[in-house]
Design a binder for this molecule. Structure first.
Ligand SMILES: [Zn+2]
Length: 252
C-alpha cells in the first residue's frame, strides 16, 4: 500500500551499492525509517532530495516484509536556505533535528504527530540568519518538550495549585513537573530558585507563534536560570545528552 505524505529528513545512512536508509519525521506516523532503493543512482525518483533538514513530499510503501518501509519517490518542498548558509541557523537546526530524532515517537496518536511535525516545520522556517543564540535554543527546547508531551507547569504551584505561585519567589521542582511556591517548599526538595521574571518569560514563550520567539531575548541571570531549569527538565523526562547543544552554545 502506497501512502502519500510529507516528511522531514532527520538523518540518513548510505547502504550497499546505491541505496540510502532515511530516518524521517512524518505528520501521520511520527518517526519512520525507510529504504530508498537505488537512491544514489536515480535522479528521477530522488532528485537531490534525501538530505538532512529537507522537507519533502514522499511516497511510502508499507509492503516490505523486513519491517522497513520502502521510499518510492520524493519531491523537495523546502530546503530551508538559511540553515545551509548561516552557521547559527545550522547549529540550531542540528540541535532540533537531533532532539526529534531521539525523542519523537514511532506510532501513537496522529494528532500528536501532526503537532510535532508542524512545530518542526515552523521552527526551521523561522530561523533567520544572525538571530540565533543560546536564548532561542532554550526557548525552542521548551517548545519541543511541550510538543513531545512534556510541558512544564509554569503558571501555578505544582503542589497547592495557587496561580503565579503566590506572591513569593518561586522554585522549580523538576521531579514534580514545574514551579513550586515558597511556602510549599520542603527542605528535602531538590528545587532550584527561579526568579518571577524568568517564569513569566518562559510561560509567555509557550503561547507565542514560533516565528516570534527570536524577539524574546534572555540574557545574564535569566538565561542561566532558564537554561538550567529546562535542561534539567529535559534530562529528567527524556534523558538526552544532545551533542549539538555545545556546538550551538559555542556559536552564541
Ligand atoms: Zn504551593
Amino acid at each position: 500500500m502506497t501512502n502519500n505524505t510529507e516528511a522531514l529528513v532527520l538523518r540518513f545512512v548510505d547502504y550497499g551499492e546505491s541505496d540510502r536508509i532515511v530516518h524521517l519525521l512524518t505528520p501521520d506516523r511520527g518517526r519512520v525509517a525507510a529504504i530508498a532503493k537505488g537512491a544514489r543512482r536515480s535522479q528521477k525518483r530522488f532528485p537531490g532530495t534525501l538530505d538532512i533538514f529537507n522537507h519533502l513530499k514522499i511516497q511510502l510503501n508499507r509492503r516490505s516484509s523486513s519491517g522497513m518501509q520502502r521510499l518510492e519517490g520524493a519531491k523537495l518542498l523546502n530546503l530551508f536556505p538559511p540553515v545551509r548558509r548561516d552557521l547559527g541557523c545550522f547549529g540550531l537546526a542540528c540541535y532540533l533535528i537531533e532532539m526529534l530524532d531521539r525523542a519523537a515517537p514511532e506510532g501513537g496518536g496522529a494528532r500528536d504527530h501532526e503537532r510535532l511535525f508542524d512545530f518542526a516545520l515552523d521552527a526551521l522556517s523561522s530561523l533567520v540568519a544572525g538571530r540565533v543564540d543560546r536564548s532561542l535554543r532554550v526557548l525552542y527546547e521548551l517548545r519541543a518538550l511541550a510538543c513531545l508531551g512534556f510541558k512544564p507547569e509554569l503558571d501555578s504551584c505544582v503542589r497547592c495549585g495557587v496561580p503565579e505561585c503566590g506572591q513569593l519567589s518561586p522554585y522549580f521542582l523538576v521531579s514534580e513537573g514545574g514551579t513550586l511556591c515558597a511556602p510549599c517548599r520542603r527542605p528535602q526538595d531538590a528545587a532550584t530558585a527561579l526568579s518571577r521574571g524568568t517564569v513569566r518569560m518562559l510561560s509567555r514563550s509557550l503561547t507565542m507563534p514560533i516565528g516570534s520567539l527570536s524577539r524574546l531575548s534572555m540574557g545574564g541571570k535569566m538565561l542561566e536560570e532558564a537554561d538550567r531549569a529546562i535542561r534539567n527538565f529535559q534530562r529528567f523526562y527524556l534523558g538526552l545528552e544532545l551533542r549539538s547543544q555545545q556546538f550551538v552554545d559555542r556559536l552564541s
